[in-house]
Design a protein around this ligand. Structure first.
Ligand code: GLV
Length: 323
C-alpha cells in the first residue's frame, strides 16, 4: 500500500460494501477477530493513524487519542449512539466524530415493538415450554398476557427511534402516546402525542419504551423509585443503552412482578454474564443488542461510516457529524 495513503484502523470487520471502498482510499488495518481488540491492542493499533473506525463496544477516550498522536483527524463510530467516545476530549483535540443516524431507525423501532409484543404475550417462555415437552393441553387460564389495542405507551426520549416506535404503536394498535423529552416535538400528523413528566408517564403507561441516549443526566434515570411508579401490568422495553436503567433495581422489581415484564435489547455490561440474575428471570426477555441488525441497516451504516471517515480525512465536514 502506498505510503501517501492515510492510515486507518478499523476495530472490526464491517459490511464489505463500505470496507472495500475504504480500502481503496486508505491504508487500512482491520481487526480480524470476532471479539474487540483488547485495550493494549487498541492503543498499539491506533499509533500514527489518521482515522479510526470504532464500534460501540470500543472505549475511545483521551488515552486512545494520546496513543494515536496528533495525526488523528477523525473517529467514525459504527453506531448512532456515541456514549463510548469522549466527545469533549475529541473536540478539545480538534478530532471530528461521526455516527450513523437515520438508517437504523426503522430496524431498531421494529426490535422495540418485537420485544414489547413478545414480553406482553410471554412468547419466549411459551415457546420454550413447547421445546421442553411441557405442552400438555389448551388451557383457559394458561399463558395469559395483555392486549395492546387502545393501551397507553410512554416513550422516554422522543428522537427518531422513539417517534418511529410511537408511530407503529399508535397507527397499528391505536395506542395513546405519552412522551418525555428535553423539548416539545413537532411530530407531524397523524401522530398525536402528549409531552408529560416522567412520573406521569410511568404511572399512566401500560408500555414504557426507552429511547434516550446515555449521558450523565440519563444514567440510572429508571431506578427503584421510577420502577415503583409503574403499573403491575406494565411492560418495560429498552433498546437504547443498558445503563439508563438501574439493573439491580430492575431485578428486584421484576421479582416482585411490577412491572410485569421487561424486554431488553441492551444491558450493562454487554455481554451480560449468563449468571446475572436478569438472565434467569422468566419475565425478562434479553436480546444481544440486535436493534440495527438487518442487512439493509448495517450496509447503510457502513456507507455512512466510511463517508464520515473519507470526508474527515480530507478535512471536509462529515456526512453525519456528532456535535
Ligand atoms: C446501536 O445501539 C447504535 O447506537 O447504533
Amino acid at each position: 500500500m502506498s505510503a501517501t495513503l492515510p492510515r486507518v484502523f478499523v476495530t472490526r470487520r464491517i459490511p464489505s460494501s463500505g470496507l472495500d471502498r475504504l480500502q481503496s482510499f486508505a491504508d487500512c488495518v482491520v481487526w480480524p477477530e470476532r471479539l474487540p481488540p483488547g485495550r493494549d491492542e487498541l492503543l498499539a493499533a491506533v499509533r500514527g493513524c489518521h482515522g479510526l473506525l470504532s464500534l460501540l463496544s470500543d472505549r475511545i477516550d483521551a488515552e486512545v487519542f494520546e496513543a494515536a498522536g496528533p495525526s488523528l483527524k477523525v473517529v467514525s463510530n459504527f453506531a448512532v449512539g456515541v456514549n463510548n467516545i469522549d466527545l469533549v476530549e475529541a473536540a478539545r483535540r480538534g478530532i471530528a466524530v461521526g455516527n450513523t443516524p437515520d438508517v437504523l431507525t426503522d430496524a431498531t423501532a421494529d426490535i422495540a415493538v418485537a420485544l414489547l409484543l413478545a414480553a406482553a404475550r410471554q412468547i419466549h417462555p411459551a415457546a420454550d415450554s413447547v421445546r421442553a415437552g411441557e405442552w400438555l393441553t389448551w388451557e383457559p387460564t394458561g399463558w395469559l398476557g395483555c392486549d395492546l389495542v387502545g393501551r397507553t405507551v410512554g416513550i422516554i426520549g422522543m428522537g427518531r427511534i422513539g417517534q418511529a416506535v410511537a408511530r407503529r404503536l399508535a397507527g397499528g394498535w391505536g395506542m395513546k402516546v405519552l412522551y418525555v423529552s428535553r423539548t416539545d416535538k413537532e411530530l407531524g400528523s397523524p401522530l398525536a402525542a402528549e409531552r408529560v413528566s416522567l412520573e406521569r408517564l410511568l404511572t399512566e403507561s401500560d408500555f414504557v419504551s426507552v429511547h434516550t441516549d446515555l449521558s450523565e443526566q440519563t444514567r440510572g434515570m429508571i431506578g427503584a423509585a421510577q420502577l415503583g411508579l409503574m403499573k403491575p401490568t406494565a411492560v418495560l422495553v429498552n433498546t437504547s443503552r443498558g445503563a439508563v436503567i438501574d439493573q439491580d433495581a430492575l431485578v428486584a422489581a421484576l421479582r416482585r412482578g411490577r412491572p410485569m415484564a421487561a424486554g431488553l435489547d441492551v444491558t450493562e455490561p454487554e455481554p451480560l454474564p449468563p449468571e446475572h440474575p436478569l438472565v434467569g428471570l422468566g419475565n425478562c426477555l434479553i436480546l444481544p443488542h440486535i436493534g440495527s441488525a438487518t442487512v439493509a441497516a448495517r450496509d447503510a451504516m457502513a456507507e455512512i461510516c466510511v463517508d464520515n471517515l473519507i470526508f474527515g480525512l480530507r478535512g471536509e465536514p462529515l456526512r453525519a457529524a456528532v456535535k
